[in-house]
Design a protein around this ligand. Sequence first.
Ligand code: ADP
Length: 548
Amino acid sequence: MAALMGQMMQMPLMISSLIVHAARHYGDTEIVSKRAEGDIHRTTWKATELRARQLAQALARLGCEAGDRVATLAWNGYRHLEIYYATSGSQLVCHTVNPRLFPEQIAWIVNDAEDKVLCFDLTFLPLIDKLAPALKTVKHFVLMTDRAHMPASTAIPGLLCYDDLVDAENGDYMWPEFDENTAATICYTSGTTGNPKGAVYSHRSTLLHTYASALPDSLGCSAKDVILPVVPMFHVNAWGLPYSVPLVGAKLVFPGPHLDGKSLYELFETEKVTFSAGVPTVWLGLITYAQSNKLKFSTFKRTVIGGSACPPAMMRTLENDFGVEVIHAWGMTEMSPIGTVSKLKASHEKLDAEAKHRLLEKQGRVVYGVDMMILDDDEKPLPWDGKASGNLVVRGPWIIQRYFRHERSPLVKVNGQDWFPTGDVATIDEDGYMQITDRSKDVIKSGGEWISSIDLENIAMAHPAVHEAAAIACKHPKWDERPLLVVVKKPGAEASAQDILGFFEGRIAKWQIPDDVVFVNEIPHTATGKIQKLKLRDQFKEHKLPGV
Ligand code: ADP
């Protein structure tokens, strides 16, 4: 017998529906941006939706057609948001390029995506002046500013003014409906090994991710929130906030290029920000600024931290000294990005504060829609006992099936199902809390046993003199690899290598304590603010460990 089919409306899940919803129901709710031009700009969801329609008209007038890619090289700001919606909403594909990459990488990515239009902030005018000839497929260069800030002379052919383009249109445009599996955005991984790879998100995958990420036990956003994504819109779509904020109708605050502790603190206070999101390194700057100026936050209550492991010491400082709840989350470009979020279950309420903390320090439980497992080296599933650690694999409707233009599928088959190998090594406990011990390529293998670089960094970060720490593998004739700790001290702090190594005693098994500590002025970071382990390992490949 044929199955009885559901008899509900077939409405494709369209990204444009998010901004239409916000414009209709939260029309006067504000979007505030600190601009690359230096001033503060205020607009609303209603005005933004209209400008997105005008921009969709302008892009069509420039000759953009369904499937064409429009690249952005831009900070978090209202124009960037307009581009998000104008492109995806009109069946174009928004390609957010990370401006912190090397110029050659930027050119490589733009050429690989075959971007037709490139929209960029004023900050990047000198860069594009030089790079334009290398961007083979770009037909139109658009400077994201007003007429008054257009340069008198430039080497960029036919440079267009963003505000002129928008203002020339009347906004008499209906968002089209089309197949929800149509590509909406492309993000490239940062390519720490080899060339970057593109993840192509669809309208459907983005909307499902948006629903799931707005839930109370995910990011838990509400119409009453004032949300400031510090995480850039070029870093996996600011973890989906440009979509989940209009879904709930909250006020949105954009910091533009002003990401130092002082600028952020001032914006948090003047705009009454309640909720934020960012990688651990940005909080280092904000905490240092607030501590050294003896400042507290008056409205800021919660923040998501992810992208790399949030050191427990940072979570405690934010909570105990500033009253800010830290929501630890894990994900990746290939996952749109949200995979797990660390929130307590009802049954944990009875635990003491310390036990609650230990749970919240983990990367957390999956949000509905994501399925995960840990596998041993023979691809056999490992138990969820909080001890067995293995290769983490995931599946779900907002996880990539393949990379853009790559023939070979990255997926592995387990029990007849396709799973995406994350490259992370993790444990999962009985309650489903996942904890990352390492990226598989960062694990330190000492005498056949694995040492978690994240564990070592977390301990080091709790030492009062340590500003930032990275644990890397160093070659050892007997043990193959031994841990070396690279440390940046807090300004004016005194500590010797012995003091820091002594701090590990009793906090971790003796054989896991690093063999040596080196002090540096700075630890290199990737374009998404993560510690560049590859570079560090290279820098210290000749390092002589004591006793070797
Ligand atoms: P890229 O690989 O381009 O730097 P992604 O943002 O996609 O950027 O990186 C995803 C990886 O970041 C994950 O596979 C994981 O190794 C790491 N990561 C993300 N969030 C966390 C977290 N909360 N704790 C530990 N590692 C994390």
